[in-house]
Design a protein around this ligand. Structure first.
Ligand SMILES: NC(=O)C1=CN([C@@H]2O[C@H](COP(=O)(O)OP(=O)(O)OC[C@H]3O[C@@H](n4cnc5c(N)ncnc54)[C@H](O)[C@@H]3O)[C@@H](O)[C@H]2O)C=CC1
Ligand SMILES: O=C(O)[C@@H]1CCC=N1
Length: 286
């Protein structure tokens, strides 16, 4: 589907807004002449304006009065203040897109004085290079065509799936937080290469290309991860020796716990908990 060019109002211009705006600019989704931005931090908004090449408003309220599609990209704890600020200038035609982790449609609707044209999206940082993964969930008041348009905007920068809102915390725990988990794994694999005698830069390139190639085998060649594992591990060979160490250390369980813990944290944010509970407390909720 053609995405068209959008005038987007950026409420917050931190890392994620910058990743999305850069990618939309590159894919020509962003109408620079109709897009505006604001961030409470001068350095963040000036850097954004310079990098993306769009004008700065004087407040969130000005962004909202100038743009029809609003992208809320502040941390969950700052959402309430932004909603309060823009509420007086909100018009029925505004389409509000929030990427804030754990902030429910209901909370957004309440904060916007009953405005219901809201879409929640949980993207990830891969959007910056056109290889993001986003989960999307819209309020029933958003028309199917508008949901498709928002979906198109995120599809322009990667993979998109529609999910019921109840699953967005799990999307947050898996693909929203996932780039950090995968980055940690890549870094550790590269360390393993260095431990085994490879120069640092080469080890990092080999590790990153290995993750990329494995992802492409799964996504493009349709292979199940178990097939890839079994095909690589020859009897009595090198791979099974390494796999044995990973299985003994419980790496599968640890990764499952990491996703579960991140999902729990998204649920806590939804309940207004700004301080993380203990890991034990989180697991006992399951
Ligand atoms: N970083 C990531 O990989 C992802 C982040 N998210 C969500 O995106 C949102 C933004 O995250 P990041 O970009 O990482 O955070 P960030 O800290 O880089 O950016 C947030 C920006 O909001 C600004 N801000 C705070 N209060 C404001 C206000 N009242 N008005 C205008 N701007 C204000 C801050 O100055 C900051 O520049 C969060 O809600 C997060 O849950 C979602 C998916 C992935
Ligand atoms: O760590 C966070 O809170 C955000 C949400 C998803 C990725 N980063």
């Amino acid at each position: 589907m053609a995405v068209g060019r959008w005038g987007v109002g950026f409420l917050g211009t931190g890392q994620m807004a910058t990743a999305l705006a850069s990618a939309w600019r590159r894919t020509e989704c962003l109408d620079l002449s109709r897009s505006w931005a604001w961030d409470i931090q001068a350095a963040a908004r000036e850097q954004f304006a310079q990098r993306i090449g769009l004008p700065l408003a004087a407040s969130n309220r000005e962004v909202a009065s100038r743009c029809e599609l609003l992208l809320l990209a502040v941390k969950p704890g700052d959402v309430e203040a932004v909603l309060e600020e823009i509420r007086p200038v909100l018009r029925p035609e505004h389409l509000f897109v929030s990427i804030a982790a754990g902030v429910r449609l209901q909370t957004l609707q309440d904060g916007l004085g009953g405005h219901r044209r809201i879409v929640r999206v949980m993207p990830n940082t891969g959007c910056l290079v056109g290889c993001g993964a986003s989960g999307i969930s819209a309020a029933p008041e958003v028309t199917p065509r508008e949901v498709e348009q928002v979906e198109g905007l995120f599809r322009a920068v990667g993979y998109v799936c529609r999910v019921p809102e109840t699953l967005l915390d799990a999307v947050t725990g898996l693909s929203g937080s996932g780039p950090a988990f995968v980055a940690l794994i890549v870094e550790a694999l590269a360390d393993g290469g260095v431990l085994s005698g490879l120069p640092r830069n080469l080890a990092l390139e080999l590790a990153a290309h290995t993750v990329l190639g494995t992802a492409r085998l799964i996504l493009e060649d349709g292979r199940h991860p178990a097939q890839i594992k079994d095909a690589v591990a020859s009897p009595g060979g090198t791979t099974i020796a390494g796999l044995h160490v990973l299985e003994k250390a419980g790496v599968r369980g640890v990764l499952q716990q990491a996703v579960w813990m991140a999902t729990c944290r998204a649920k806590e944010l939804a309940e207004g908990g700004q301080n993380p509970s203990t890991a034990e407390g989180c697991f006992s909720k399951k």
